[in-house]
Structures are given as C-alpha cells and as structure tokens.
Design a binder for this molecule. Structure first.
Ligand code: GUN
Length: 271
C-alpha cells in the first residue's frame, strides 16, 4: 500500500509512570511496529499525571486522523480510574479491544478487535494444529485482559473454538481436580510456577500466559523471565506447551499488529 503512495499504518501507545514491565512492553510495541513498517509513536507521561490530563490525551488521539489505533498501557496509577479512560477511547481505534463496545461485540461473535493475548493464543492453537472442537479447556484466571475473554472466545461456536470451558479463579475449590480434566490448560493467574506437574493430565496442551521477573545477579539483565507454569516438570507430560519467554508474549505482540492493520484498513477506506 505504501508503494501506491498510501501512508503506512500508525500505532500509538500511551505510557503513564515508570513501571518497568510496562516500559518494556511499550518499547516492544514500538520496535515491533517499526519492524513491520508501521509508524509508531509513544506518549510518555509522569506518574502524577491527572485523570483529566490523560482523558485529554485520549481525546487528542481519538481525533488525530493520522493515528489508526492506540493503546493506553495498563495498569494505570491508582489515582486514575482505568474504566473511565478505556470508556473514553474511540472503539474504532481501540486496538486492545478493551472498550465495552468491543467487548460486547466479542461476546456476540461480531467482527471486532479481539484482545491481543487471547487472540494470540487462539491463533497459536490453530497454527499448531491443536484440536479445540469439543475439548475441555480450563482457564485459570478471570482478568478482563486475558482469562475472561479467553473463556468466552474458546466457548464460541466457531471452527477454532467450540471448547467446553471451565473458568477457574482465586476462589475455586478443588482447583487441581479441575485442571487435571483439562485437554487445554491456559494459565493466566499471575503467580510464578503456580501450575505444577500434579495439576496437569498426561497429553494436555498447556498455554502459559504468566510473565515474572526473578532477580538473578548472574544474568546480564539482573533478572530472568519465567511463567505461571513450572515448565521443567510439567513439559514432559504435555502434548504441547508454550515457553516463557518466547511463547504467548510473542503472539500477543503480533495480534496487536494485526488489530492495527485492521484499524488502518477501516480508517483508510473511510477517508
Ligand atoms: N497491560 C498488560 N497487558 C496489556 C495489554 O494487552 N494492553 C494494555 N494496554 N495494557 C496491558
């Protein structure tokens, strides 16, 4: 399209504060965007930015015709109401798929921006040739970003879904009993090495969404990254398992680019 003289897609990111993980994620998004020829811009604001100031930024990006899609990196500082910010994003530019309009469309199976992590996981299962039809998928964790949309997406009547889904969370009783029934187990609980060997049935497919930094003075970065699954002991039992790093995180990043491409096409057509 750029050969035809059309401008490239433009993904913007808004980062508030100094959270090291958020800074890393946003830097990755910038690098990925540039890597595929998109324009990338990052709007950085200090921790003490007010809700009103952030709403003004969202409004500015909503109205910039050169920006196809943008994300506001979460979590936000405690004094800012995340729901208020998400609600203010133009759903047509909400490439995270977090706006209630887009969540509603996702639930109804209407075309929309699917949240990047579950979208990436669904693509991963499909591309790895993992059968989902009629399988029991157990999701651990009910966040708005991962667990809840994952459970909804995999339970839908679609060729890359049709699972029987159980959504487990911090109040679930007999968790291991349930996870041992999983043909596909998605760990998105946010606790390091939470899923142990005894919680997984032989031949299961395990998807690890966790990202934890563990201090490690022997590592040049001062830390290493690991997941929600005790990979070393769980992997030998599995038909397939995703590593951390190098698994779901990469798919999430790709999904955001795909959503941006969709937003761009819609935007270019409407101009
Ligand atoms: N924080 C953790 N994951 C995400 C994500 O997918 N999008 C945004 N905006 N913030 C996040």
């Amino acid at each position: 399209m750029t050969d035809k003289g059309v401008r490239p897609p433009h993904l913007a990111a808004v980062l508030v504060g100094e959270d090291p993980a958020s800074k890393t994620y946003v830097a990755s998004k910038e690098k990925d965007s540039r890597g595929v020829g998109f324009t990338s811009s990052v709007y950085r604001y200090p921790e003490n930015t007010t809700e009103k100031e952030l709403l003004d930024v969202v409004n500015f990006l909503n109205n910039d015709p050169e920006v196809d899609g943008f994300i506001v990196q979460l979590p936000l500082p405690k004094h800012i109401d995340e729901n208020k910010i998400i609600n203010a994003i133009n759903p047509d530019k909400d490439v995270d798929g977090f706006h209630p309009v887009n969540v509603g469309k996702m639930v109804l199976g209407m075309p929309t921006f699917l949240p990047a992590t579950p979208y990436g996981i669904q693509t991963l299962l499909q591309r790895a040739g993992i059968e989902t039809q009629g399988k029991h998928c157990v999701v651990i964790g009910r966040s708005n970003i991962v667990g809840t949309p994952m459970a909804i997406m995999l339970s839908r009547n679609a060729k890359d879904a049709n699972c029987t889904v159980t959504l487990c969370h911090s109040r679930t009783q007999n968790l291991a009993e349930i996870t041992r029934q999983a043909d596909i187990l998605v760990a998105a609980i946010g606790k390091r090495h939470f899923v142990t060997e005894d919680m997984v049935k032989d031949g299961a497919v395990v998807v690890d969404v966790g990202i934890h930094r563990v201090e490690d003075p022997t590592n040049p970065k001062g830390y290493y990254i690991t997941g929600d699954v005790d990979f070393e002991h769980v992997a030998p039992k599995c038909q397939a398992i995703t590593p951390v790093p190098g698994g779901v995180g990469v798919m999430t990043r790709v999904s955001l680019l795909l959503n941006t491409m969709t937003a761009y096409r819609n935007n270019i057509i409407s101009i």
